[in-house]
Design a protein. Structure first.
Length: 558
C-alpha cells in the first residue's frame, strides 16, 4: 500500500490542470487556478542589491512584449512546431530581470553547458561572457542571437559590459511596439506531454504575501520552482541576489524584512561559521528557513536557532526528476532529521533489493514515487529513461529511505542513504552519510565526504575527504588524522572505521544545488587505489634455493 500525504494536510483544491501553459497558470487572475490576486500581489522579484522591481502586472506585460520580440527576431510560430524547435537558453547569475518567454517552446537552464539554440546570458564577468560567446559559436549560434540580461553593477566586479550586444530590455521595448502574440492553443493533456524546462540533474492559503530570499542558483530546478514559480503564484516578493555573498545576504534580510529563506546546507553552515558578523544584523523578521539537498546535524540546527531565534528550520526532500519538492516538514509536527511528509499529489512506496514492497515502519527500502509532476524523461537518452521507471511507471529515486512515526503518530520520511552510495566492507553495508554526520560534529571538520576506496580483500573501505576548520588547519596533519581516527573508532562499529584513510582538502567540489559531487570524489579514490596498487606490485629480484631436512624444520630455538 503506497504512503501518501497525512490526513491533516489539506488536499489539493483542484486537480493539476494538464492543458494550461505555465505562463497562464502563474498569471491568470480571477481565481481561475487559485492564484493570489495580481492586484494584491507584491512585486514578483526585487533586486536585493539595487532594490529595483516591477509589479506583477508589469512582469506579465513584459513577458508578453519579450515573447513578441523574440518570435519576430527568431521566426518562431507560437502555435506550430515542436518545443525543441524553440529553445531559449539562460546562462546567468541570478537576476530579478529574467523572464521565460511565452512561445510554446522550452527553456534550457544552463550552467556548464550551452544548448544548440538561441542564448540569453548575463554579463556577470568578462571571462564568463567570453566563454559563453565561444560556446555559442561552437554550437553554431550567431552573435545576433545572443542577448544580455541586466544585473547590478556591483555583481559585474569591474567587468566591461559588451556594447554591441542587444539587451533584453531593448527586446522588450521593441516587443511593446509589435502586435501581441496570438493565444496559445493547447489540446487536452498537452501540459502532461510537453517539455517546459530542460533541467540538469534538484488553492491559495489566504495568507498575506511575504518576502523571500532568492539566492539559490535559478539554473537549478530547486530555485526555479520554489522562487521562480511558486512565489509568483502566491503573490510573494522574491528578493534576488546574483549569488551567495554573506554580507549581501545579511543586508538584504535586514533591509527587505525577508521572512523566508530557501537555502542549502553549505549556506546554513556559512552563516553559523560567521555568527559574529551575522549577529550585527537585525534578523528577527525571518520566520522560516527551508533547507534541501542534504540533512543537517543536530548541532547545526541548534546553532542556527540561536542565530535566528524567531525562525523555524524546515527540511525537505526532492529531485530534479520530480519537479523538485516531494516532501516537507510541517511546522506543527517537526521531527528532527526527517524530510517531513509527502506533499499533496504524491504517492510513495518502499521496495527492498529484491523488489518486494516494504510496508513496515523503520525498515529501509528504495523510495519509488508517482505524481503528475514527475519528469517525462531524460533528453535523448531512452536507456536512462527506461531504467529510471518501473514497469508500472513508478520513478526509482535511488534513495534508501525509512518511514518513521512522530510522537503525534504522523508518518515521516527519513533518508538513510543513496542506494548506489552504500559502501560494501567485507559484505557489510556502510552508510557514508552516517560517518559524515559523525565527522561533521568534530570541531576540526568544516566539511566532509566519505567514499569507498577499492580494496582487493575487503572489497571497499571507507575513505574520508575532509575540509578543516581554521583551527584544524593550525594542527599538525598527522596528529589531527590520529585524533579523527580515534574519534570515529570510539563511536562506530569496527567495519565502519576509516580504514581507507583520511585526506585533507582545501574545498570539496559542489553542484549548483550545494551537494558534494560524490562522483568526482569516488573517481579520486579510485585513482588513489590504482596508484597504491602500482607501487605495491611485487618484483622478483633474486631466487634463493635452500635444502632443509625434516629435523631442521622441527628444531626450535631456545
Amino acid at each position: 500500500m503506497p504512503f501518501t500525504t497525512p490526513s491533516y494536510i489539506p488536499k489539493l483544491p483542484f486537480d493539476p490542470p494538464d492543458s494550461v501553459p505555465i505562463h497562464e497558470f502563474l498569471f491568470s487572475d480571477g481565481n481561475k487556478y487559485g492564484r493570489y490576486p495580481i492586484a494584491d500581489s507584491l512585486p514578483p522579484f526585487t533586486c536585493g542589491i539595487t532594490g529595483k522591481s516591477h509589479s506583477a502586472a508589469n512582469v506579465k506585460d513584459r513577458i508578453g512584449w519579450l515573447s513578441a520580440a523574440l518570435a519576430s527576431e527568431l521566426g518562431f510560430d507560437v502555435n506550430n512546431g515542436s518545443e525543441f524547435d524553440k529553445v531559449i537558453g539562460l546562462f546567468s547569475f541570478n537576476t530579478a530581470y529574467r523572464y521565460y518567454a511565452r512561445l510554446m517552446g522550452s527553456t534550457s537552464l544552463l550552467r556548464d553547458f550551452i544548448a544548440d539554440q538561441p542564448l540569453i546570458f548575463d554579463s556577470r564577468a568578462h571571462e564568463t561572457a567570453q566563454s559563453a560567446f565561444e560556446a555559442a559559436l561552437a554550437a553554431g549560434i550567431p552573435k545576433a542571437r545572443v542577448y544580455l540580461l541586466e544585473i547590478p553593477e556591483k555583481a559585474l566586479r569591474g567587468a566591461n559590459v559588451p556594447t554591441d550586444i542587444k539587451s533584453v530590455d531593448e527586446l522588450i521595448a521593441e516587443g511593446k511596439k509589435l502586435d501581441p502574440l496570438p493565444q496559445l492553443k493547447w489540446s487536452q493533456g498537452q501540459g502532461a506531454r510537453q517539455t517546459a524546462f530542460l533541467c540538469s540533474s534538484s488553492g491559495t492559503s489566504g495568507l498575506p504575501p511575504e518576502a523571500l530570499l532568492a539566492v539559490l542558483p535559478m539554473s537549478h530546478s530547486y530555485a526555479l520552482i520554489v522562487t521562480g514559480h511558486a512565489g509568483v503564484y502566491r503573490g510573494y516578493n522574491a528578493v534576488v541576489l546574483p549569488g551567495f555573498d554573506l554580507i549581501d545576504v545579511l543586508e538584504a534580510v535586514q533591509k527587505q524584512h525577508i521572512e523566508t529563506l530557501w537555502m542549502v546546507p553549505p549556506m546554513i553552515v556559512a552563516l553559523i561559521k560567521n555568527s559574529e558578523t551575522a549577529g550585527k544584523y537585525n534578523l528577527k523578521h525571518v520566520k522560516s528557513t527551508v533547507v534541501g539537498a542534504s540533512n543537517l546535524t543536530k548541532e547545526v540546527n541548534e546553532q542556527f536557532t540561536r542565530l535566528f531565534p524567531n525562525c523555524q528550520l524546515i527540511q525537505g526532500y526532492g529531485l530534479t526528476e520530480t519537479s523538485v519538492v516531494v516532501s516537507m516538514q510541517n511546522r506543527a509536527d517537526i521531527m528532527f532529521g526527517s524530510c517531513g511528509h509527502f506533499i499533496p499529489g504524491y504517492e510513495g512506496r518502499l521496495v527492498d533489493r529484491d523488489g518486494e514492497e516494504v510496508t513496515e515502519l523503520d525498515t529501509p527500502g528504495e523510495l519509488l514515487l508517482r505524481s503528475p509532476t514527475i519528469m517525462l524523461g531524460y533528453l535523448d537518452n531512452e536507456k536512462e529513461t527506461k531504467e529510471a521507471f518501473t514497469s508500472d511507471k513508478w520513478l526509482r529515486t535511488g534513495d534508501l529511505m525509512e518511514i518513521r512515526k512522530s510522537d503525534d503518530g504522523h508518518e515521516h520520511l527519513f533518508i538513510v542513504d543513496r542506494v548506489k552510495e552504500l559502501i560494501k566492507v567485507r559484505g557489510m553495508q556502510v552508510s557514508p552519510t552516517e560517518i559524515e554526520a559523525l565527522l561533521s560534529s568534530h570541531p576540526s571538520v568544516a566539511d566532509v565526504c566519505v567514499v569507498p576506496l577499492p580494496h582487493d580483500i575487503a572489497g571497499e573501505l571507507p575513505l574520508a575527504f575532509i575540509v578543516r576548520t581554521p583551527a584544524g588547519k593550525e594542527e599538525d596533519e598527522r596528529a589531527l588524522k590520529q585524533k579523527v581516527h580515534e574519534f570515529v573508532n570510539a563511536e562506530l562499529a569496527e567495519y565502519k572505521h576509516l580504514a581507507g584513510g583520511i585526506e585533507f582538502l582545501e574545498v570539496l567540489p559542489k553542484s549548483a544545488s550545494g551537494k558534494t559531487k560524490r562522483g568526482e570524489m569516488k573517481e579520486r579514490a579510485r585513482k588513489m587505489a590504482d596508484l597504491s596498487k602500482a607501487k605495491a606490485i611485487p618484483r622478483v629480484l633474486q631466487v634463493y634455493v635452500y635444502e632443509t631436512s625434516s629435523d631442521d624444520e622441527s628444531e626450535v630455538d631456545e
